[in-house]
Write a protein that binds this ligand. Structure first.
Ligand SMILES: [Mn+2]
Length: 169
C-alpha cells in the first residue's frame, strides 16, 4: 500500500500572532482559523458563533423547493421516511439534526446509518430493499448520495422517493 502523507498548510505566523493577541484565542486555534482564511477577529467570531443567522440560505441547495414539497407531502400522507446517514462525525451529526427536526414537524421519521464493515459507504442495493420492505416511502440522504445514481434508480424502481443532501461533489 502506498503511504499517504498529510500536508499541513503553514499559516502566516505574524497573522496568527496578531489574531491570537486580538481575540484571546490560543495560538493553535488562531493558526487553525488562519489556515482556513479566517484571520480577522470579526471573521473568527462569525465563524465560531452558533447563531443560525450566520448559516447559508438553505434554498441555495439545488431544487430545495422541490425537496420541501416532497417532504411535506410524505408528512401529510403519514408515510414513513428515513434519513440515510453516514458513520462518521458529519454523517451522524447531520442525521441527528435532521431526524430531530423532521420529528418535531410531525414526520414519521427513522434513520439508517450504514455499518462501515458490513454495508460500506453510502447507499447500497440491499439497504434500499430492506428500507422499502420496512415501509419507507421517502429516503433523505445526508452526507452521501451525490454519485449514487444506480442505487437511487433501484430505490425509485422499488417505489421510494429520494432526496439527496450531500456536501461532496
Ligand atoms: Mn461523512
Amino acid at each position: 500500500m502506498r503511504a499517504k502523507r498529510w500536508v499541513i498548510a503553514s499559516p502566516d505566523t505574524e497573522r496568527v500572532r496578531v489574531l491570537s493577541r486580538e481575540t484571546g484565542y490560543t495560538p493553535l486555534t488562531a493558526a487553525v482559523l488562519s489556515a482556513r482564511g479566517i484571520d480577522t477577529p470579526q471573521a473568527a467570531a462569525d465563524y465560531l458563533s452558533c447563531d443560525v443567522r450566520g448559516l447559508h440560505d438553505p434554498f441555495g441547495l439545488t431544487d430545495m423547493d422541490k425537496a420541501v414539497e416532497v417532504v411535506r407531502e410524505v408528512i401529510d400522507r403519514g408515510e414513513k421516511m428515513v434519513v440515510y446517514g453516514d458513520y462518521d462525525v458529519d454523517g451522524i451529526t447531520a442525521t441527528c439534526t435532521l431526524v430531530d427536526y423532521l420529528r418535531s414537524k410531525g414526520a414519521k421519521c427513522e434513520y439508517y446509518i450504514p455499518n462501515r464493515l458490513t454495508d460500506g459507504y453510502g447507499l447500497t442495493r440491499p439497504a434500499m430493499e430492506q428500507l422499502y420492505e420496512q415501509g419507507t416511502r421517502l429516503l433523505i440522504t445526508v452526507d452521501s448520495g451525490i454519485t449514487a445514481n444506480e442505487e437511487i434508480a433501484v430505490a425509485r424502481e422499488l417505489g421510494m422517493q429520494v432526496v439527496i443532501t450531500d456536501h461532496h461533489e
